[in-house]
Design a protein around this ligand. Structure first.
Ligand code: NAD
Ligand code: 89Y
Length: 345
């Protein structure tokens, strides 16, 4: 551990927080000081399971009573602005789960609140921290496939995501905001920022409020084109959930990440296969192990940046570029036109 112990308070002890809590509990240099959930039984169960000393049902009370170094907000997006406001009043650094907010304006407001308070803030955008995504970026950075010209970034599934996350069925802005935010961030991470985008989306599953399939075409500032596919309505077999698929073509070669954590790199007549399997922890629960490892890597990145006083990769400011794509995609779907990302206007 490089530095003093850091005390974290976690707000939200639902489905996905289990991964955050397991990651904090196992991380050197971190004390899981307190947990909080509106549902007190969930907070108490989480405190007991992950060894937090205190459990609260009111976030304001937790922040008032505990001596925390930072806060981890793992609630759904509708509560983020209020909780960020509470932490910012106490000038507490914070990491906040995606989606940051239900609207573009609210996302900008959250980032501005943190900027005005002068506190570090990072969006918990874990997909770019997946082992296969980091491996693909390392191949690009190494120059093996040359300058990227085209990419496909796809997450298509028919898995019943509504079982664990029933709130998703009610979101009017659905797959682009829930999943698109991950995939669009990966597109930015691998190919750089975006000049223009075009999107088409559909609502396929009966009874849901929002779109569950979206195809977005991005023109990156460096000249590459990418196709970002998001679908929760794909009756495919075998279903790769929750794995993404990547194909990146460059001036000298290409790479593919296929389900099963296999990366194939083809360049200048040679082909090599790389195992890009995630690490397993004692608490990993396949098929979620890839996502779970990315949660650990995301939280490690946040702690490293906090300790060193450097801006995280997915700081609030940086993340607005991703949310500018998400809300640009919604605008494009409505208008039928290609648009510039919202943050560039
Ligand atoms: P959930 O509904 O299971 O849990 C959220 C919890 O927050 C609930 O227990 C609720 O009582 C609590 N809560 C809400 N408002 C609160 C408040 N003001 N104070 C204290 N507690 C409060 O939701 P979930 O499925 O765990 O999702 C949480 C977030 O994680 C969502 O934004 C979701 O998109 C995200 N998520 C991310 C990934 C990923 O891969 N990054 C995967 C799944 C979910
Ligand atoms: O909510 C989604 C996310 O963030 O990544 C995949 C997902 O968990 C759907 O289950």
């Amino acid at each position: 551990m490089a530095g003093p112990l850091l005390r974290v308070g976690v707000i939200g002890c639902g489905f996905f927080a289990e991964n955050h809590l397991a990651a904090w509990a196992g991380m050197e240099g971190i004390v899981l000081a307190a947990v909080c959930d509106l549902d007190e039984a969930k907070a108490r169960a989480a405190a007991q399971k992950f060894g937090a000393a205190a459990a609260y049902r009111d976030a304001a009370e937790m922040l008032a009573k505990e001596q925390l170094d930072f806060v981890d907000i793992v609630t759904t997006m509708g509560s983020h602005a209020a909780l960020v406001g509470l932490a910012a009043q106490r000038r507490l650094p914070m990491i906040v789960q995606k989606p940051l907010a239900p609207t573009w304006e609210a996302a900008v407001g959250i980032v501005e609140t943190c900027r005005a308070a002068g506190i570090p803030m990072m969006v918990h955008e874990n997909t770019r921290f997946l082992t296969p995504v980091r491996a693909a970026r390392a191949v690009i950075d190494g120059g093996e496939i040359g300058t990227p010209t085209w990419a496909r970034i796809a997450f298509r599934t028919g898995h019943d995501i509504y079982g664990k996350q029933p709130y998703l069925a009610k979101e009017e802005h659905f797959v682009l905001l829930d999943l698109g935010v991950h995939m669009l961030d990966v597109a930015r991470y691998l190919l750089g920022d975006v000049a223009r985008l075009y999107c088409q989306s559909e609502s396929i599953k009966p009874g849901i409020a929002g779109e569950d399939m979206a195809t977005t075409v991005l023109r990156h500032q460096a000249g590459a084109t990418s196709v970002v596919e998001c679908s929760y309505a794909s009756p495919i077999h075998p279903d790769p959930f929750p794995q993404l698929v990547l194909q990146i073509e460059g001036m000298r070669g290409s790479l593919r990440v296929d389900p099963g954590y296999r990366m194939t790199v083809a360049a200048e007549g040679a082909v090599r296969e790389v195992d890009v399997s995630p690490a397993l922890f004692p608490w990993s629960t396949p098929p979620w192990h890839g996502t779970q490892e990315s949660v650990v890597r995301t939280q490690e990145h946040w702690v490293k940046c906090l300790r060193q006083g450097i801006e995280p990769e997915t700081s609030g400011t940086d993340s607005l570029k991703t949310y500018g794509l998400v809300w640009g995609a919604y605008e494009s779907t409505r208008s039928g036109q290609a648009v510039t990302p919202l943050d560039q206007r």
